[in-house]
Ligand binder design. Sequence first.
Ligand code: B4P
Length: 188
Amino acid sequence: MMNIVIFGAPGAGKGTQSDLLVKQYGLIHVSTGDLLRKEIAVQTELGKRIKSIMDSGSLVSDDIVVEMIDNAIAKDNYGMLFDGFPRNVAQAEVLDKLLAKHGRKLTCMVSLDVPREELIRRMLERAKVSGRSDDNEETIKNRLKEYEAKTKPVADYYESKGLQVKVNGMGSVESISTAIISEIDKRK
Ligand code: B4P
């Protein structure tokens, strides 16, 4: 059973590529961003707290996100694609423990490499249709700052375990998907 992490800066195309990978391998797509947006949509007290954090461009607390992931792993007995998680080293360590608890392990972490100017361009473009309140210039800058400070070290964590697979995130969606699939197939 494959368990894959898709990793990259905000706007790198994690969600876009996840849709294609889920079809290719029949994986369950676990996107912490989508799970958090669902919680906001039902307007619970927790959802309101999450919204104000996401609107500032900061990361939501580990407790909230980890509980969501634990529930997702427990629910399905299929391979999983983790999108937007882990977003810091503490979450990466927790993911190892949660996978082990459920008798699984990580196949690999796919890291999408996209230059900063292109990330900003994509997110501003997405803003025109997404209706996402965190797709505005000020929040985007803060999200990229959070990424540099907290999320980027996650790549070193997986590199040291020999699990990181680097893929160029520039080019057409299809060509990037082909490159990712060819890398994953080598590790199946
Ligand atoms: P996410 O929902 O994970 O969103 P993202 O990082 O902005 O985007 P993604 O990389 O998926 O890009 P997409 O495919 O849409 O996070 C949102 C927030 O949730 C975070 O800031 C944080 O507050 C919170 N959060 C989530 N997970 C958390 C965690 N684990 N811990 C704490 N907080 C957490 O692509 C972007 C755009 O580019 C799209 O419009 C797409 O069409 C376009 N695009 C994609 N590929 C392209 C290509 N090859 N060429 C041109 N355009 C492309």
